[in-house]
Design a protein around this ligand. Structure first.
Ligand SMILES: [Cu+2]
Length: 302
């Protein structure tokens, strides 16, 4: 491929998802509600998350020595309802010290940072983080061990969604975690950019959505070394709910900018069928992996 399409792998070969042990096409719509039980009349959700060192093929032939939560980049999307008790057992099966630091509202000793509460979880050790699911919205979790930039850039992040009481209107829901790979390990920018683990994956396999159906994207920026990222949608506009902690949108737009750690919810309906591109509006990030397509199709509601 060349000419206007560029000498690039964006429309070419993919990576071996099976060998990687995770598939961004599945991860897109995968929400982990945990093991549910009731204690004293209250809903309790339990998860076990393992830190694992893993070699991941991030582009054809490019293997990145990642540090992960449960073997995938990003880690699993945990999901609860406001007021639930969240109990996350963290097992460090990595050769490096790590923590799980959760955003949201919780006591200091559950913050997952060095020298507070249980602090650093050494290789072979474990700790269970327990906290209330609040406030409702979209939140990050990530490792908080120094050098922090490297622990994050290696892949140690994920999201958790706290649904409002009564939930949100029915929609085709998906998670998009914006991130990158500093494959030279010089801490100077990134060589690859992606959403949900693999550059260009939704170019090679467009995300199929239904015409007229509400699409809800949980959008997060955890890109390291480059502080600002963005999401731009072609041929359409969407409602934007910063952090997802209010039920009224703050903006009707086709582009949102997120600094590192920022997140929000985008709600879209596609009036026209066909392929619609989405990408970082920083063109360099798009050219290096952060771009994809929605494929809007007519069809019966499932
Ligand atoms: Cu770490």
């Amino acid at each position: 491929m060349g000419g206007a399409n560029g000498a690039t792998f964006r429309g070419g070969a993919g990576v071996d998802h099976a060998a990687n042990g995770f598939d961004p096409r599945t991860l897109l719509r995968e929400f982990d509600y945990g093991t549910v039980s009731t204690e004293n009349g209250r809903t309790v959700r339990d998860w076990t998350i393992r830190a694992e060192d893993r070699d991941i093929e991030v582009a054809p032939g490019v293997v990145f020595p990642a540090w992960t939560f449960n073997g995938s980049i990003p880690g699993p999307t945990l999901r609860a309802t406001a007021g639930d008790l969240m109990r996350v057992r963290f097992v460090n099966d990595s050769e490096h010290p790590h923590t799980m630091h959760f955003h949201g509202i919780h006591p200091a000793d559950m913050d997952g940072v060095p020298m507070v509460g249980r602090g650093i979880i050494s290789p072979g050790e474990e700790f269970t983080y327990v906290f209330d699911a609040e406030p409702f919205g979209l939140h990050l979790y990530h490792c908080h061990v120094g050098p922090l930039a490297e622990h994050i850039a290696r892949g140690m992040y994920g999201t958790f969604i706290v649904d409002p009481p009564g939930g949100r209107p029915p929609a085709d829901e998906m998670i998009m975690v914006q991130h990158g790979y500093n494959t030279t390990f010089d801490g100077e920018g990134n060589q690859l950019y992606a959403v949900n683990g693999i550059p260009f994956v939704y170019m090679n396999d467009p995300i199929q959505v239904r015409r007229g159906e509400l699409v809800r994207i949980y959008l997060v920026n955890i890109l390291e070394y480059d502080p600002i990222n963005s999401f731009h949608l072609h041929g359409n506009f969407f409602d934007y709910y910063p952090t997802g902690t209010r039920l009224e949108p703050s903006e009707f737009t086709d582009t949102v900018i997120q600094a590192q750690g920022q997140r929000g919810i985008c709600e879209i309906r596609f009036p026209y069928p066909g392929k619609f591109m989405f990408h970082a509006h920083k063109s360099e990030f798009a050219d290096l992996g952060w771009m994809g397509f929605f494929d809007v199709v007519d069809g019966a509601e499932s």
